[in-house]
Design a protein around this ligand. Structure first.
Ligand SMILES: Cc1cc2nc3c(=O)[nH]c(=O)nc-3n(C[C@H](O)[C@H](O)[C@H](O)COP(=O)(O)OP(=O)(O)OC[C@H]3O[C@@H](n4cnc5c(N)ncnc54)[C@H](O)[C@@H]3O)c2cc1C
Length: 465
C-alpha cells in the first residue's frame, strides 16, 4: 500500500489528469495491472489511465519529478510484460482507442491504446487496411514501434513502413510530431526502435485496398506427415506471389467438427494462409497448397478480412502463462525441419504452439529507411510455450529454450524485437544490424539521455565521447 505521502502525491497527479489514477486497493487496480501474459504479476504504485496527450504529458512529467520507474502500456500484449512494473508508474493508454479513417487520402489515425481488431473494424468500413498483427487483441502501438509483421506485409511492407506520422510525448514531457518532414531522425527510430524514444499517443498509417472478403484459412496435416509438408511449404513459399502469405504452425488439433474426432487434441501441422488479392487470383495461387498430400482438413475459403484477422485469437487468450523464444531463419533446411518436427512432437501442453512464418516480399525490400532490421531473412521461427498451472513453469520454459537452442545452427543471428521476452541487452542488440543499433543509441542519447523509457527492449543511450 502506498504511504500517506505517496497518497498525497497521487492525489496531486489525479488532480492534474482528466483520466483516472489507480493505486493499490482502488477498485479496478487489479484489472488494470493485468497484461496478456498471465505469468507477469506486477504491482505498480500507480496506473494513470490516460484520456489524451495532455494526460500523458502530465504523467511523464510527474514520473520524472518523482523519479519513478515508468512503464508505458499500449495493448499490454508483449510477452515480456514491459507494459507494467513493480512500484513505479504505468502510463496506460488503453482508454485511448479512437480511430479516424480518411478514405479519400487512404490514411487512418489511431490513438496509442487501439488494438488491431478495433483498427481493422474501422478501416474495413471502406475496404481499406494496413499491415497489422494477426491476433486482433494485440496493440497497434508496440507492434508498430517494433516493426510489424502480418498477412499484408509481403504485399505492402511492414506496419512501420506504412507509418506516415506519429504524435509523441518525449522523455522531457514535450509533445512533438514525427514524420518524414518533422523530426525525421525520431521518425526513423520509431519505426523499429520500440518504445525507447517516447510515448506515442497517435499513429497515422497509409492504407491499401483490401477485402472486404479475402481467401484465408488453413490446411491441416498430421504430424506424421509434417516433414514432407514442410518441404512443400519451403518450396511453395519460395515462388508464392506476394499477395499470398503462409504461416506453418503446430497447434494441438482443436475439437472442431471439420477435423476427424480421433485427431482432436493431437499435435498437427496447420498451414495457415491468407491471400489479399482478388478471389480469382487467390484461388489460383492457393491451389497447389490445397492439392498437396492428403490433408486432415482443408478450411480455406472466402471470409471477411476482419475474420481472417481473428483466425488465431482463440489460440492466444489473455491471462495464460506464456514464454516465447524466437529467431529468424534464413532458410528452412532439411536439418532444420528435422529439429522442428522432433521438438514439436514433444510439445509439453495443449496450450503451447510454435510457428514458422513466411516473410519476404515488400517487407524485404522496403523503400523506407527505418530502424526495423533483418529484412533479408525468409522466415521467423518461434517456440510459444503456454501453460495453465503456474507451478509447471520450469518444464514449459525449459522446452522452449531447448527447442530454440536446437534451432540455432539453422537460425540467422537476428531476432524480431517484438518476440523478445526478458532476455537481456545482447538479445535486444541482436534485433538490429550493428550500425543500426549504434544509430539508435545515438538517437536515444538525443531524445532520452537518462534512459527514462527503459522498460522495453532497451537501447542504452550512447555515451558522450
Ligand atoms: C498473441 C500475440 C500475437 C502477436 N502477433 C503479432 C503479429 O501478428 N505481428 C507482429 O508483428 N507481432 C505480433 N505480436 C508481437 C507484438 O507485436 C508485440 O507483443 C507488441 O509489443 C505488442 O504491442 P502492445 O502495444 O500490445 O504491447 P505492450 O505490452 O503494451 O507494449 C509493448 C512495448 O511497447 C511499449 N509501448 C506500448 N505502447 C506504447 C506507446 N504508445 N508509445 C511508446 N511505447 C509503447 C511498451 O512500453 C512496451 O515496451 C504478437 C504478440 C502476441 C502476444
Amino acid at each position: 500500500m502506498p504511504t500517506t505521502t505517496q497518497r498525497r502525491e497521487l492525489r496531486e497527479l489525479a488532480d492534474s489528469v482528466r483520466g483516472t489514477v489507480l493505486g493499490p486497493g482502488d477498485q479496478g487496480y487489479d484489472e488494470a495491472r493485468r497484461v496478456w501474459n498471465g505469468a507477469v504479476d506486477r504491482r505498480p504504485a500507480a496506473i494513470v489511465r490516460c484520456t489524451g496527450t495532455a494526460d500523458v504529458v502530465a504523467a511523464v512529467s510527474f514520473a520524472r519529478r518523482e523519479g519513478l520507474l515508468t512503464a508505458v502500456r499500449g495493448g499490454g500484449h508483449n510477452v515480456a510484460g514491459n507494459a507494467v512494473c513493480d512500484d513505479g508508474l504505468v502510463v496506460d493508454l488503453s482508454p485511448m482507442r479512437g480511430v479516424r479513417v480518411d478514405p479519400g487520402k487512404r490514411t487512418a489515425r489511431a490513438q496509442g491504446g487501439t488494438t488491431w481488431g478495433e483498427f481493422d473494424r474501422e478501416t474495413q468500413l471502406f475496404s481499406l487496411a494496413t499491415t497489422g498483427g494477426i491476433v486482433s487483441t494485440t496493440g497497434i502501438a508496440g507492434l508498430t514501434l517494433g516493426g510489424g509483421i502480418g498477412w499484408l506485409g509481403r504485399s505492402y511492407g511492414s506496419t512501420c513502413d506504412n507509418l506516415v506520422s506519429a504524435d509523441v510525448v518525449t522523455a522531457d514531457g514535450q509533445p512533438v510530431r514525427a514524420s518524414r518532414d518533422e523530426n525525421p531522425d525520431l521518425f526513423w527510430g520509431l519505426r523499429g526502435g520500440g518504445g525507447n524514444f517516447g510515448v506515442v499517443t497517435s499513429f497515422e498509417y497509409r492504407l491499401h485496398e483490401v477485402g472486404p472478403v479475402v481467401l484465408a484459412g488453413a490446411v491441416f496435416h498430421p504430424l506424421a506427415r509434417a516433414r514432407d509438408a514442410l518441404v512443400f511449404f519451403r518450396e511453395f513459399t519460395d515462388t508464392a506471389p506476394e499477395q499470398l502469405t503462409l504461416v506453418a504452425s503446430f497447434p494441438a488439433a482443436p475439437a472442431a467438427p471439420f477435423l476427424p474426432p480421433e485427431v482432436h487434441g493431437t499435435r498437427v501441422l496447420a498451414l495457415g494462409v491468407c491471400h489479399c488479392g482478388t478471389l480469382a487470383d487467390a484461388e489460383t495461387a492457393v491451389a497447389p497448397l490445397r492439392a498437396f498430400g492428403s490433408p486432415l482438413a482443408d478450411v480455406v475459403g472466402p471470409m471477411p478480412y476482419t475474420a481472417a484477422q481473428t483466425m488465431f485469437d482463440e489460440r492466444f487468450p489473455h491471462g495464460r502463462n506464456y514464454y516465447w523464444k524466437s529467431s529468424y531463419l534464413r532458410e528452412l533446411t532439411d536439418e532444420a525441419i528435422d529439429v522442428l518436427v522432433d521438438h514439436v512432437a514433444r510439445t509439453p501442453s495443449a496450450e503451447t504452439t510454435s510457428y514458422v512464418w513466411h516473410l519476404g516480399g515488400a517487407m524485404g525490400r522496403s523503400a523506407e529507411d527505418t530502424a526495423f532490421g533483418h529484412r533479408d531473412v525468409r522466415f521467423d521461427f518461434a517456440a510459444l510455450a503456454g501453460w495453465l498451472d503456474p507451478a509447471r513453469a520450469e518444464e514449459h520454459v525449459g522446452w522452449a529454450r531447448e527447442f530454440w537452442s536446437a534451432m540455432q545452427p539453422h537460425a540467422s543471428s537476428g531476432v524480431y524485437v517484438n518476440n523478445l521476452g526478458v532476455e537481456g541487452d545482447e538479445r535486444a542488440r541482436a534485433a538490429y544490424r550493428p550500425e543500426v543499433y549504434d544509430r539508435l543509441a545515438r538517437l536515444k542519447r538525443e531524445y532520452d539521455p537518462d534512459n527514462f523509457f527503459r522498460l522495453n527492449q532497451n537501447i542504452r543511450p550512447m555515451a558522450t565521447s
